[in-house]
Write a new protein. Structure first.
Length: 290
């Protein structure tokens, strides 16, 4: 191996795995791109209010975006899901996915006309892949795979990637899309909670609540995000609707304080976010009641 080839290999941030995937919708066989670990590729930064882990750019590798590699996407028909669910698409879902193929490609190309899942992914493919996962979970059965909470999680991840796109390419309305997907996340997170509490759809199909990749904040993290997203992106134009929404968010947050082992299992940074959100919601409700 030449010195140039060795240097190029050392600077790679991803590779195509040897594992072969078969698309449950169209039958295409392909290999998934994976993020290489180690070597200083990921330098952890701060934690956002949305439990998103930021990463600092590396001198050697530049900016690395781990979320863009997570979704499994068929490069032929663009069916997508989380890895564990990819082979579990039910027969009726396969037909619906086939029927939707042309339309989902057209919808993606309105935003990203040159997206290509046969080549190494960039931010465009990352954002598109998360949207495709969100869309394709409509084809799954809720009693097996908990699609609603997974749609909320992927909507939030899509929003984070649109944030990165907006930083790299300002003025292209990616910030608007980031807000749009946060509003979708708000709906899906709270709808998932309603469905679980009513017995319609359990969350047992979600093994890793995330929402990001480096930490699993579990069920408590999900409750926090239900409240936070409702506070930030719930009803805002009608005072009565806003008040009712915040009261519901406060009740959700209050459940966290009743979980006995929470302080032992969760890091201090997370607990601080929970307390601050509770205080912020209380303050707004107190002002509106005055």
């Amino acid at each position: 191996m030449s010195k140039e080839d060795k240097e190029e290999k050392e600077l790679k941030v991803s590779f195509f795995s040897k594992k072969e995937y078969t698309c449950p919708s169209c039958g295409e066989m392909f290999h998934k791109e994976e993020l290489l670990s180690g070597g200083g590729r990921l330098i952890a930064g701060g934690l956002t209010l949305e439990l998103h882990r930021l990463f600092e750019p590396s001198v050697k590798y530049g900016k690395v975006y781990p979320l863009i590699y997570q979704a499994v996407v068929c490069p032929e028909c663009w069916f997508a899901s989380m890895e564990t669910d990819f082979p579990l698409l039910p027969p009726v879902g396969r037909e619906r996915a086939k029927t939707d193929q042309t339309r989902r490609k057209e919808d993606i190309r309105q935003i990203f006309p040159d997206v290509d899942f046969t080549e190494p992914r960039g931010l465009a493919e990352g954002a598109a892949s998360q949207y495709l996962v969100l869309r394709c979970y409509d084809f799954y059965e809720s009693k097996y795979t908990s699609p609603t909470i997974k749609q909320g999680l992927t909507a939030l991840r899509a929003a984070w990637i649109f944030d990165d796109l907006n930083k790299s390419f300002p003025g292209q309305h990616y910030d608007w899309l980031g807000t749009l997907f946060r509003k979708k996340a708000q709906y899906f997170y709270n709808e998932a909670l309603i469905r679980e509490q009513s017995g319609i759809e359990a969350m047992s199909g979600l093994k890793m609540y995330g929402p990001d990749l480096d930490k699993n904040y579990g069920y408590e993290g999900m409750l926090y995000l239900c409240a936070y997203l409702r506070y930030k992106y719930g009803p805002s134009h009608n005072a009565d609707e806003r008040k009712a929404s915040l009261e519901d968010a406060r009740r959700t947050i209050a459940k966290l304080f009743g979980m006995g082992r929470m302080s032992k299992d969760k890091p201090g940074a997370f607990l601080d976010l929970v307390r601050k959100l509770y205080e912020t919601i209380n303050k707004e409700l107190g002002t509106s009641d005055a």
